[in-house]
Structures are given as structure tokens and as C-alpha cells.
Design a protein around this ligand. Structure first.
Ligand code: ADE
Length: 235
């Protein structure tokens, strides 16, 4: 059974979008994963096909109605569908590679993409959604976040990446930022490639890369560095 993704959205034309190209697109055509985008508006049954309304308590913007969102979920997830239901929102827990791995190793995912100010809180609770954020910034809707989450999952599926090497490399880097990469020409605009990379000494290359990865992590992501150092101390 292939990884099955369903996007619930007011803009189904946004899917598969970039995921129809390159590695993810080839995997989609090969049946390694499936994607369907379902129009939430198809579940709006009044004359104007209303999906949103003004917020109780006042304030800016509109809120997606719980009854319409719930009907869209019911239509997308038959009884016994075990896929996690994810709501993309800046209020969610931050997406990281561990969560990507967890989702990619399951049967698939249902992604609720919000627009406007968001979705009525009651349907989030009633459906026990997992709320996930890409980062501390606000997108105009969940669609780009859903595409990003899927891209990160699909590249981990068996058969997508010529996998073994890249997967191994990732586990070796143990959550550090990557070391810098170089290719030909060996000198470009007066800039030389670090000599150790041309030395042919595999152990020294490995050591240099490890040092570079650690230095970059320490300087650019002290938050990550602290967590890794704490983990190493605990192990
Ligand atoms: N929707 C709007 N902003 C978002 C974010 N930062 N992450 C996930 N979904 C979002």
C-alpha cells in the first residue's frame, strides 16, 4: 500500500503543484505515493456555498465553519481510515525531521489547509487534529505548508531518492547542520576549494566535515546545538 496523502483545501488547483515535478512527481507517477486534493467548498450546501463566517467576539477576518470542515473530513476519511489528520497552522507544534520521519513511516496523511483567520476551534478538538506549524511566520493559507510537509515526507519513502546513501548520510549528521559542499572547478574567481577535500585522505575529509558541521550549528543554530549537546551528555 502506497503512502496516501489527501489535502482538504479551498484551492485544489494548488495540488500537486511542484510535487508533480522532479523526484516527487516521478514517485507519484510510479505509484509510490498518492495525492488527492478535495475541495472543502464541495461540502457547503447553502445557496452561496458559504465556507466561512465572521468571528464570534468580533475582530478581523473570517473563520472557517466547523460543520463544513467536518463534512469535508468525513468525505475524505472513510470509517477505519487510520491516517493522521493534520491541521497546518502557525499555532501548531514546529515541524522537524523527527516528525517528518514519523509521518512518512505511516500509511499517509490528511492535511487540512486553512484560509482566512483559521478554522473554528471546536472541529479541531472534535476531530483530535494534530496541529503543525512550519515556523514562526504567517502564510496566507495552509496549502504551501502542506506541500512542504509532503515534500519532506515523500523524499523519505522507499524508492524515491535512490535512498540508501542519503538516508545514511542524514543519520550520520545526527541533527547537525550540513557541512559545506564543493565541486569543480577547484579554483573559481580566486577562491580555492579547501585543500583537505582534494587530499584523498578519507578520514581527514570526514573529520573536517564533522568540524564544519559542528561550527555551523554552534554559530547559526545555538538552539539546535544546545539540544544536541544535552542529548550527547544523556547518552
Ligand atoms: N498556515 C499559515 N501559516 C502557517 C505556518 N507558519 N505553518 C503552517 N501552516 C500555516
Amino acid at each position: 500500500m502506497s503512502f496516501h496523502a489527501t489535502a482538504l483545501t479551498l484551492f485544489p488547483e494548488m495540488f500537486p503543484g511542484p510535487l508533480g515535478l522532479s523526484l516527487a512527481g516521478r514517485a507519484l507517477r510510479e505509484g509510490i505515493w498518492r495525492l488527492d486534493a478535495q475541495d472543502i467548498r464541495a461540502q457547503a450546501h447553502d445557496r452561496h456555498r458559504t465556507v466561512d463566517d465572521t468571528p464570534f467576539g468580533g475582530g478581523a477576518g473570517m473563520v472557517m465553519r466547523p460543520d463544513v470542515v467536518d463534512a469535508a473530513i468525513a468525505a475524505a476519511m472513510p470509517e477505519g481510515d487510520t491516517r493522521p489528520l493534520v491541521y497546518l497552522t502557525p499555532r501548531g507544534r514546529l515541524l522537524d525531521q523527527a516528525l517528518v520521519r514519523e509521518i512518512a513511516s505511516g500509511p499517509g496523511v490528511v492535511l487540512l489547509c486553512g484560509r482566512y483567520e483559521g478554522v473554528d476551534q471546536r472541529v479541531i478538538e472534535a476531530r483530535a487534529m494534530r496541529e503543525i506549524s512550519l515556523g514562526d511566520y504567517v502564510l496566507s493559507g495552509g496549502e504551501m505548508a502542506a506541500l512542504t510537509l509532503l515534500d519532506a515526507c515523500v523524499r523519505l519513502l522507499p524508492g524515491v531518492m535512490g535512498g540508501a546513501e542519503s538516508a545514511l548520510e542524514e543519520s550520520h549528521s545526527a541533527g547537525l547542520l550540513e557541512y559545506p559542499h564543493y565541486t569543480r572547478p577547484a579554483e573559481w574567481q580566486g577562491r580555492a576549494v579547501p585543500p583537505v577535500l582534494l587530499s584523498g585522505h578519507h578520514a581527514e575529509v570526514a573529520r573536517w566535515r564533522r568540524e564544519q558541521a559542528e561550527a555551523a550549528t554552534r554559530e547559526r543554530r545555538p538552539d539546535l546545538w544546545k539540544r544536541i549537546a544535552a542529548g550527547a551528555a544523556a547518552a
